[in-house]
Ligand binder design. Structure first.
Ligand code: 2E4
Ligand code: SF4
Length: 308
């Protein structure tokens, strides 16, 4: 069986930074370090950090007084920041800088008096964070159908922002529907969707041309990983989202000569290796990495973790 690995795949700069913030906080302050929400959506990452002394909570009420607290890469609402400040908790903010950029764009549009539309998935922590960061009402749209249902007068000055991990194609359609509906609309170009999301989506498209089956390594609650699986399915290749090699079902590979593997932005490369090992237990495999786009983006750590 031939195995092709998509390029790029796996960790993005925001995930590398978020995990490093927790690791450095553990080194600098000693365990326990509290993390609000999974630092990134991956069980393996979370369990590894738990072993080093990180404690994961969903609500700040679970954090004891004075405990070092990290906000996850997905960002938080202002109410969460305010609660941490009111309790005087020492906070390290691991929100990806590209998520923060969206928050800032949203705040700018609201300050200019525009009605704000967020394109994103209801209930996702990044969406909850973004909606809770902008000082004003936010209309959430998830589909072209949702745009048709917006009841704002069409000449209302509006602006849109997006979740960072959306399908580039679906988002282009939703933006198109918004632009067709509203006469005074502003928002970022589609190319402003996070670089890592775009690169992984175009890499899985390239991969799909060569393979009979696509395995996406990533967690079920990872938005960007789900989008990669969807793209595979949309172009007609049987595609499965799996956490690791244990979830590989040999039946999927019965007629497959070539298998493609990619990984979501929150999935570590050891899990890709684990899937390749699981394939080897089924039969001999030869692995090649596709040529793809090189990424050399790095984000700076918070200052308190780089000095002393
Ligand atoms: C923050 C923003 O948002 P998603 O569910 O894809 O998060 P995940 O933790 O899987 O990936 C990292 C990440 C975090 C991506 N964008
Ligand atoms: Fe940041 Fe993009 Fe990675 Fe999300 S996928 S953490 S926005 S770099």
């Amino acid at each position: 069986m031939e195995v092709f690995l998509a390029q790029p795949r796996g960790f993005c700069a925001g995930v590398v930074r978020a995990i490093e913030i927790v690791e450095r906080a553990l080194e600098k302050y000693g365990p326990p370090v509290y993390v609000r929400h999974e630092i990134v959506h991956n069980k393996y990452v979370v369990e590894s950090l738990k072993k080093k002394g990180a404690v994961f909570v969903e609500d700040l009420s679970e954090v004891p007084p004075k405990a070092v607290t990290v906000f996850s890469a997905h960002g938080v609402a202002r109410s969460v920041e305010e609660e941490a400040a009111a309790r005087d908790l020492p906070v390290l903010n691991a929100t990806c800088p590209l998520v923060t950029k969206v928050h800032n764009q949203g705040k700018r549009y609201i300050s200019k008096g525009r009605a704000l539309i967020l394109i994103g998935h209801a209930g996702h922590p990044e969406v909850e964070g973004t909606m809770g960061q902008v000082p004003g009402p936010v209309l959430l749209v998830q589909s072209v159908e949702d745009v048709a249902e917006l009841t704002l007068p069409v000449d209302t000055p509006v602006a849109y922002i997006t979740q960072t991990t959306l399908s580039v194609d679906d988002t282009r359609d939703i933006i198109g529907a918004l632009q067709a509906k509203f006469t005074d609309i502003q928002g970022p170009d589609i190319r402003d969707i996070c670089y890592a999301t775009q690169n992984r989506q175009s890499a899985v498209r390239d991969l799909s041309k060569l393979v009979d089956v696509i395995l996406v390594v990533g967690a079920a609650n990872s938005s960007n990983s789900n989008r990669l699986r969807e793209i595979g399915t949309e172009v007609g290749v049987a595609s499965y989202l799996i956490a690791d090699g244990n979830e590989l079902n040999p039946d999927w590979l019965k007629d497959a000569k070539a298998v493609g593997i990619t990984a979501g932005a929150s999935a570590p490369e050891v899990l890709v290796d684990d899937v390749i090992e699981a394939l080897r237990r089924i039969g001999p495999v030869s692995v090649s990495v596709l040529p793809g786009r090189e990424e050399n983006i790095e984000f700076r750590l918070p200052a308190e973790l780089t000095v002393g």
